[in-house]
Design a binder for this molecule. Structure first.
Ligand code: 5RP
Length: 222
């Protein structure tokens, strides 16, 4: 938790007066949003936030951060978000928190994307973390069956009570337990071509800076 807090606070130093800021989702992005809220309150920082989930929206509203939707802004200056895995060539898996679709839309409309992670997220190769895919409900069993036939070890994401997890957009998530992803680019293309797949959690060539919380402090590794 301390490492996550340290990177969240460090990332907030890149945010300047007047910026439109993308606010990520997850337990690491949480600390970034808290720090932005603190600066808005105590330092009168003037920013507009664009949130990536209902959770982050509620947090930002409670902190008094002025918000707009992505469609109400021309461009986002910097988005700060967490990640589930980052490989040595800075490709990532996101969506562990289920917000991959809006996170990718916000990232795509940002001039700069900063990922904040603790050192446990840095890996040699992607795939140990299950790769989330957001799918519309209708026909999702067939997508599941196709993914199974491909050997991708799919699993519908569920809540604690066993019911199907629903994203903010009321879609399902299928997690792929692949173990290893040797060619993320072609896998991403293959998945997005499946009708009914809304988005996948491979974030490829999308990050400008990676801040890693380590026992020796925060490292800027890209
Ligand atoms: C949510 C995400 C998160 O950024 C990702 O899961 C990392 O979360 P955390 O900082 O809690 O480990 O992609 O959809």
């Amino acid at each position: 938790m301390e490492l996550k807090k340290a990177v969240g606070i460090e990332a907030a130093k890149y945010i300047e007066d007047g910026m439109v800021v993308g606010l990520g989702t997850g337990s690491t992005a949480y600390y970034f949003v808290e720090e932005i809220g603190r600066r808005v309150k105590e330092e009168h920082l003037n920013v507009t936030g664009v949130t990536t989930s209902t959770r982050t929206k509620e947090q930002a509203e409670s902190l008094g951060i002025p918000l707009k939707s992505v469609d109400e802004v021309e461009r986002i200056a910097i988005t700060v978000d967490g990640a589930d895995e980052i490989s040595k060539d800075f490709q990532g898996i996101k969506g562990g928190g289920g917000a991959l679709l809006i996170e990718k839309i916000v990232a795509n409309n940002s001039d700069q994307v900063i990922w904040i992670v603790d050192q446990s997220k840095m890996v040699d190769e992607l795939g140990a973390f299950p790769l989330p895919i957001e799918v519309i409900k209708y026909g999702s069993q067939h997508i599941f069956n196709q993914l199974k036939a491909k050997g991708y070890n799919p699993e519908f994401r569920t809540n604690q009570d066993g019911s199907r997890y629903l994203t903010d957009e009321e879609n399902y998530i299928i997690d792929l337990h692949m173990g290893k992803i040797t060619d993320p680019l072609s896998l991403g293309n293959e998945l997005i071509e499946m009708v009914g797949v809304v988005e996948h959690g491979l974030f490829l060539n999308r990050v400008n800076r990676v801040l890693v919380g380590t026992d020796e402090g925060v490292k800027d590794i890209k």
